[in-house]
Ligand binder design. Structure first.
Ligand SMILES: Nc1nc2c(ncn2[C@@H]2O[C@H](COP(=O)(O)OP(=O)(O)O)[C@@H](O)[C@H]2O)c(=O)[nH]1
Ligand SMILES: [Mg+2]
Length: 263
């Protein structure tokens, strides 16, 4: 479970009950009262309303947005660099979320993309994720009419980004083979929120004990519908499958602008 999350009926709360009691005790550490729940509901409501407005704005400009999430260092920026080298990067926007620095924003601008940087340390309190109001801000600084796609490189974190709809159409995550096979079980909210899981750094497999089959079984337990793409941003292995996945999303969501980016 996330720190806070919603259920199918739209209610949301933090958990104080014993969902996974291995010795009968409550390990949640939460002491949740009604005030805390009311505040969280207001935060989520405001976020969801803004996320819907962001999506409307993107739809109106026929731009498809993909939210890319992972722990720090899994390879989001490296994968985007590789991806942009194969596409018409000038028609791709990036909303780059980092707590500090423009290091990744500069790399992706050098790869030819239009980049709108969000440093969450500046005025946002060093947030561990992007939320819809921040992304609205970043969208203001992109010329959407000149773009076909927007990638949101979310703040590196395996927990918080999965809990906030930023207004993207699709969610993807990177899980690198250096992170361990059990991560889908330990961070199920993010693995469940992702339509596609890019298993990155497969070039390192010969040097690791990582059991890819076990990882995929663990992933299937929490998200059986996820598309799994084995990838190496270093060698380019798997890049074609990733580009095919992107193309299929573009086709489904907006057929109008595919030609320029995917000529
Ligand atoms: N061996 C190997 N290293 C990679 C691969 N992808 C990324 N890296 C390295 O992993 C580190 C973090 O990559 P980066 O793209 O900055 O990750 P991010 O924090 O998710 O954006 C960098 O040193 C990359 O060169 C890969 O496929 N194979
Ligand atoms: Mg990065």
């Amino acid at each position: 479970m996330g720190r806070f999350h919603r259920h199918e009926d739209g209610t949301e709360h933090t958990h104080t009950d014993h969902e996974h009691p291995h010795d009968g005790g409550d390990h949640s550490g939460y002491a949740t009262g009604p005030e805390r729940i009311a505040v969280l509901e207001r935060i989520f409501d405001e976020n969801d309303r803004q996320a819907a407005r962001n999506r409307q704005r993107l739809d109106a400009a026929h731009v498809v947005a993909i939210n890319l999430m992972s722990s720090p260092g899994a390879g989001k920026t490296a994968i985007l660099e590789r991806t942009f080298a194969r596409l018409d990067a000038g028609r791709i926007g990036v909303i780059e979320g980092d707590i500090e620095t423009s290091i990744d924003a500069d790399r992706l601008a050098a790869a030819g993309a239009r980049v709108s940087l969000l440093n969450t340390a500046n005025g946002f309190g060093g947030e561990c994720h992007l939320d819809a109001p921040m992304v609205a801000n970043a969208l203001d600084r992109l010329d959407l009419d000149g773009l076909d796609m927007v990638f949101v490189e979310n703040v590196g974190n395996l927990v918080c980004p999965a809990e906030f709809d930023v207004g993207a159409h699709h969610s993807a995550m990177v899980a690198s083979v250096t992170e361990g096979e059990e991560k889908p079980l330990k961070y199920p909210v993010m693995f469940r929120a992702s339509e596609v899981v890019l298993v990155n750094k497969v070039d390192l497999l010969p040097y690791l004990d990582f059991d890819l089959a076990l990882f995929e079984r663990n992933l299937a337990q929490v998200n059986p519908a996820a598309t799994v793409i084995r990838l190496s941003a270093r060698t380019g292995e798997g890049l074609d499958a990733w580009l095919d996945w992107i193309r299929s999303r573009i086709t489904v969501t907006s057929e109008l602008n595919t030609r320029s980016t995917f000529a």
